[in-house]
Design a protein around this ligand. Structure first.
Ligand SMILES: [Zn+2]
Length: 254
């Protein structure tokens, strides 16, 4: 079979020559894939804006010996509102960068990852305020870590394995989650975690992506920003990759 059809989201592009570009995408069926978009740099390209970054398409792809070629693309979602708002673009680029950095070798979970990426981009695009955008991003951070096997421990102390019911607890990115007050007496972790933050994160991790719980409604932007920063640090610690979203945003705005 030389042709195949899949749904994919454009994450990154590279110049191949004067007329063509290589597009790196995350696909529903095969995880990270690359394809040549022929003639994309010419004014009358038939692929056109469908190959812009952060666009979801149904693609027809021709399998090549060294590189696949994108034959046709039909846009499923252009996430239009994301392109009109700097915060939306920043956060969408941030999550797509996580997929670029960590998506390799994830073919077995590609449908789950694709759905999560699509839902997060869509939610961010349609968000009415910063808090809503951050909540979608936090859910993405927690769920992608779970799928990829770097799940954050938010229930039991990483030292004594007892469930943490106390209001006081500590958080260690390098250890992978929370530590109780007693165990921390000899560990000396500086970062204190408020139990309300822990409960909020736990809810974000456990509930379905689309489910809007009381936690979503009660959280404010400041709490969401604290959680985002905490998880960003966690992702950096566990994946050794630096996010370069700012660069990606510039590419998107061109
Ligand atoms: Zn403990």
């Amino acid at each position: 079979m030389n042709n195949y059809v899949t749904e994919a989201i454009n994450l990154k592009s590279y110049n191949l020559n004067d007329a063509d570009k290589i597009i790196l995408m995350y696909s529903k069926d095969n995880g990270l894939i690359k394809g040549v978009a022929k003639g994309i740099k010419k004014p009358k390209s038939k692929l056109g804006a469908r190959m812009d970054l952060l666009v979801a398409n149904t693609l027809q792809i021709l399998k090549g010996r060294s590189m696949d070629t994108i034959l046709q693309a039909q846009t499923v979602n252009h996430f239009r509102k994301t392109r009109e708002n700097y915060d939306k673009l920043m956060l969408s680029s941030y999550i797509s960068e996580i997929i670029v950095n960590l998506g390799e070798g994830s073919e077995n979970a590609s449908e789950e990852i694709y759905d999560l990426l699509f839902k997060a981009l869509n939610k961010i695009s349609n968000a009415s305020d910063k808090k809503e955008m951050l909540i979608a991003t936090i859910k993405f951070q927690l769920k992608i870590l779970l799928i990829l096997g770097f799940c954050v421990e938010l229930d039991s102390c990483l030292c004594c394995r007892e469930q943490v019911l106390d209001e006081e607890m500590y958080f260690s990115s390098s250890m992978g989650g929370i530590v109780c007050k007693e165990c921390n007496e000899h560990l000396g972790i500086k970062l204190k975690m408020h139990y309300k933050i822990r409960d909020f994160l736990q809810a974000m991790l456990q509930f379905d992506f689309d489910f809007e719980s009381d936690y979503d409604r009660k959280a404010n932007e400041k709490v969401c920003q604290v959680c985002f920063d905490l998880l960003d640090e966690y992702i950096k610690t566990h994946t050794n990759k630096k996010q370069k979203s700012v660069k990606l945003v510039k590419e998107c705005l061109v």
